[in-house]
Write a protein that binds this ligand. Structure first.
Ligand code: BG6
Length: 511
């Protein structure tokens, strides 16, 4: 569905505008928004980067990126010509004041031409080493001063650990007010992740059972089939805990576990989310080995082909100790969740790409059916599929047709593609739109980032002080290291992810 209201006149400046993120994600997302007529006529995108790029070369590259990544497919000449009018390139060194003076002059020139004050969005699509410098320079150039109209957008990784995240928050805060800072976690822009709030709080039937009385365990899986691809250099210094758990998995955990919000105000929702992180039981260093597992993939088979091990990837050390898999068992110390384990796992080169939340419900308190009526009996569970399948599956028991009372597990399914005729926008489309509308609901606040790092810091410390002796400890194409089983409490299992559209099961034979 198209947004109903257009944003105010906007200058959208992308630091690192010549880079991969702008090419692959940001520009295609802005193009898609323009196709939905969601961008104002008074709109300029200024890509700033160090390399000298002619206007023609710059635009040709972006056009190719749009054709490849836009949800509208190959761009038509008419659509491109219309969009290209809004694109500008500025060569500049991010460390030099002259770059910011030129940007300020450019912004002023647009405003003069438009006869209107514009909102100014500064997007840092740069390596993290620039995350302190750019806001400082923007501040010095007076470009951060307007608290209503100037906004700063920052990509992950947000810090490397708790201390560096605090230092970065302080550095941003020296020039920008918290209300002007938009920290991106692209998982929050995914439709299916946002739908967790809709599902929980727009339907009164689930809230009464969303607690320790009915829920036995919660599992959050974000599994990738691909390896590190061309990002070995970055990944070597990150690892799965920093790359995925600190941000994406923590955000999903917050949405699943948070208390109902009172209103849809950004800070109300963010307060409720940060409450979850504060309630997670701190992991004591001496207990890290009991509630956290790490792994690294070795050679294996994926998609029917031989897959190389992490240590054979480009940019990766031959004796790398970096984890490509991480799993945790967390407890949330509050009334709602006391005693319910939350299992989190993520990894590269796993058996299948799948991101899902499984809410496993408790067994019935008394099994009244004859024992042989319930062969194959499974407690009810709810699966929220985030990707690649998008939907929700509720698994429960049903009577199998026939003269005897035979119970079989069945599924009730909601599939986004079947229920809605509109394609899901890319997460960046949603997030960029929200920045332009000054809506911070889907962005991480400073305290939330710090709370997530604080929670994981003991694991990072213990892991770095005790290098793994068994890496690689899982084969590419598997579900991760065997030791992940040891995190589970008695009677619990890691769910085997099930595709949303499963083939029809043949009826069991009647006896
Ligand atoms: C990024 C990580 O934040 O998320 C990548 O840096 C990961 O390592 C990616 O591959 C996964 O995102 P998505 O949207 O493909 O699940």
């Amino acid at each position: 569905m198209k947004p109903t209201e257009q944003p105010a006149p906007t200058v959208f400046a992308i630091f690192g505008g010549g880079g991969d993120l702008a090419w692959r994600k940001l520009i295609p997302a802005l193009f898609d928004l323009s196709q939905d007529r969601s961008l104002p006529a008074q709109f300029a995108i200024i890509a700033i980067d160090r390399v000298a790029l002619g206007d023609r070369e710059f635009k040709q590259r972006l056009r190719a990126g749009i054709s490849q990544f836009s949800r509208f497919g190959k761009v038509t000449t008419a659509a491109w010509n219309q969009f290209a009018k809004h694109l500008f390139y500025q060569q500049g060194d991010f460390k030099k004041a002259a770059t910011y003076a030129a940007l300020a002059a450019q912004c002023a020139a647009f405003e003069k031409g438009w006869g209107a004050q514009a909102q100014r969005i500064f997007y840092m699509a740069t390596p993290p080493s620039m995350f302190g410098e750019i806001p400082k320079q923007l501040g010095k150039a007076g470009l951060a001063a307007d608290r209503q109209r100037s906004r700063l957008v920052i990509e992950k990784p947000f810090g490397y650990d708790l201390d560096s995240a605090r230092a970065l928050n302080a550095a941003l805060g020296a020039s920008f007010d918290e209300s002007q800072i938009f920290r991106i976690d692209h998982y929050l822009g995914k439709e299916t992740v946002q739908n967790i709030l809709a599902f929980r709080f727009a339907n009164p039937i689930f809230e009464p059972i969303w607690n320790r009385s009915y829920v036995d365990s919660v599992t959050i899986t974000v599994a990738e089939e691909v390896g590190v691809e061309h990002r070995g250099g970055y990944y070597e210094h990150a690892g799965a805990l920093r790359d995925m758990v600190q941000n994406h998995l923590m955000q999903v955990l917050c949405l699943v576990a948070m208390e109902p919000m009172v209103s849809f105000e950004a800070d109300e929702i963010r307060n409720k989310k940060v409450d979850v992180l504060h309630a997670v039981r701190p992991i004591r260093p001496e207990a890290v080995h009991l509630c956290a597992v790490r792994g690294q993939y070795g050679a294996g088979r994926s998609g029917g082909k031989r897959a190389r091990g992490y240590r054979e990837e480009e940019g990766v050390a031959a004796d790398s100790q970096t984890e490509t898999f991480a799993a945790l068992r967390l407890q949330i110390d509050n009334w709602r969740w006391q005693g319910v384990p939350f299992y989190l796992r993520t990894g590269k080169c796993l058996a299948r790409q799948t991101s899902e939340v499984v809410i496993q419900f408790r067994a019935v308190p008394h099994q009244a059916f004859p024992p042989d009526a319930s062969l194959g009996w499974k407690p009810s569970r709810l699966v929220i599929s985030i990707q690649p399948d998008e939907g929700i599956v509720l698994g429960f028991q049903a009577k199998h047709p026939g003269p005897e009372m035979q119970l079989r597990p069945v599924d009730m399914r909601f599939d986004y593609r079947e229920s809605f005729d509109a394609p899901s926008p890319d997460a960046y489309e949603t997030l960029l739109w929200d920045v332009m509308k000054n809506d911070a609901t889907l962005f991480m606040r400073a305290d939330q980032i710090e709370a997530a790092w604080k929670l994981l810091q003991p694991v990072l410390d213990v892991w770095s002080a005790n290098p793994p002796s068994d890496f690689p400890n899982y084969a590419a194409g598997s579900w991760g290291p065997e030791s992940t089983q040891e995190l589970l409490e008695t009677g619990h299992h890691w769910p085997v992810p099930t595709p949303l559209r499963t083939p029809r099961v043949r009826p069991a034979r009647q006896r």
